[in-house]
Structures are given as structure tokens and as C-alpha cells.
Design a protein. Structure first.
Length: 236
């Protein structure tokens, strides 16, 4: 079942008299339950593509169909609703609020939702249990390790029960062992039926995904359909 479909997707940034074509015509299908990593050198268009997938930006040309809905036809309020309810975000920099507790950080998405307030705490605790942090509810982010902070961010991305998780270099600030532990959580989430798209520049992280899309100069240069077929060490 198609969840995401990109058709000749292009994105051009214009600053004064200068234009930069970040994406030059992307065709991609992401099916429900896929786990895809996006790789490529700096400037290849990875972050631009993820921002468009997350409805944080819109394409200049082409189509982005999410469950058959053309994202370019939605207004700002509709896009905001999709970002809050359909898509969970995990960032390299964690993006937690430092002065509030772990529990309150995870409950933040509810502020912009129609979820009854009496459900907030229960649902937040449930996802914190899922990432192994039920004993850190009252801690603030600066009282946690880097891996624990990223697990809080993952819990926050799950609390609205989105259909898609988008992660931008989620292990970029972590050591290899901790990064592996975080990726094991993503594997568990995927096994439970979530669709995951992750940006990474690390081969050992990309291999957690079932498929890898390799971008170069704003285009898809290659796509590895099956984990067993991937030989990322050969990619330059």
C-alpha cells in the first residue's frame, strides 16, 4: 500500500538573483511499513527531501502524495495538522525543552491536538515505557545521557501515534554503542508497523533499514531494495 509517492519532485531556493536547485526530479514510493534510509554526500538534497516529506516545506514542482493527498494543495493549517498528527519527527539535536520534565516534553504535541487532556499523561507514560525511560519521568533533559535524551525525543515522536516517523541523523551526536541502542528502538518501532524514513551518513546505521536510497546532486543515484543486497561500503 502506497503511503508516500513523489512524482518528479523538484525544489528550488531563490535568494535575490541567485537560485539553487536542491532537488532536480525525485520519483519515489514509500509503502506502509517500509523502513528506508536516505544517504548521500553533503548538498545532495537529503535534508530538503526530509523537510518536504515532513510537510515542513513544499516542493517547487512535482507532486508529493501522502495517502493519495496532494500536499501542495493544502493550506498552512492543514499542513500543521498533518505534521502534528500523522508524522513523528526525531532530530539530531534532540530539540527538547531544557527547563521542563521528560514527561512534559513528551506531552508537548498534545498542546496542538484534539486529544482529551485526561489522556495526555497516560499516553506519554506508555511511550516512555516503550523506550525504557519510565523511571525518568520527572527528570529534566540535562539530567540524562545523550542516548536517554534521544530516546525521549523518540517517545515524543510516537505519542500522537503517527503513521510515519522521520528521523534526521538521529545518531549523529551519539557514540557508536549508544547509536546502536537507539537504532534497536527504531527496529522495534518498525516491527510494530510504523513506517520509518531516516537520514544518515553512517553505513552501519543505514543497514538497520530494509532499503537505502542514495542521493547525489539532487537526484536518486541508486536504491538498494533489500538489506541483503546492500553493499554500502562500495558507495563513494
Amino acid at each position: 500500500m502506497k503511503l508516500i509517492e513523489l512524482q518528479d519532485l523538484k525544489k528550488t531556493y531563490i535568494t535575490g538573483d541567485t537560485s539553487y536547485e536542491a532537488l532536480k526530479g525525485i520519483d519515489l514510493i514509500v509503502r506502509k511499513g517500509d523502513f528506508i534510509s536516505i544517504m548521500g554526500p553533503s548538498g545532495s538534497g537529503k535534508s530538503t527531501m526530509l523537510h518536504i516529506l515532513g510537510c515542513l516545506d513544499v516542493p517547487t514542482e512535482g507532486k508529493y502524495l501522502l495517502d493519495g493527498i496532494d500536499i501542495r494543495k493544502l493550506d498552512d493549517d492543514e499542513l500543521s495538522g498533518i505534521r502534528n498528527e500523522r508524522i513523528g519527527f526525531v532530530f539530531q539535536a534532540f530539540n527538547l525543552l531544557p527547563k521542563i520534565s521528560v514527561l512534559d516534553n513528551v506531552m508537548l504535541p498534545f498542546l496542538y491536538s484534539h486529544v482529551s487532556k485526561k489522556e495526555w499523561k497516560h499516553r506519554a507514560i506508555d511511550v516512555l515505557k516503550k523506550v525504557g525511560l519510565e523511571d525518568k519521568l520527572k527528570n529534566k533533559p540535562n539530567q540524562l545521557s545523550g542516548g536517554q535524551v534521544q530516546r525521549v525525543a523518540i517517545a515524543r515522536s510516537l505519542v500522537m501515534d503517527p503513521s510515519i516517523i522521520l528521523a534526521d541523523e538521529p545518531t549523529g551526536n551519539l557514540d557508536t554503542k549508544t547509536g546502536g541502542q537507539v537504532m534497536e528502538i527504531f527496529e522495534t518501532i518498525h516491527d510494530e508497523g510504523k513506517t520509518i524514513v531516516i537520514i544518515t551518513h553512517e553505513n552501519h546505521i543505514a543497514k538497520y533499514a530494509n532499503e537505502t536510497v542514495y542521493l547525489k546532486d539532487g537526484l536518486i543515484e541508486d536504491r538498494f531494495i533489500n538489506k541483503k543486497e546492500m553493499d554500502l561500503e562500495k558507495i563513494k
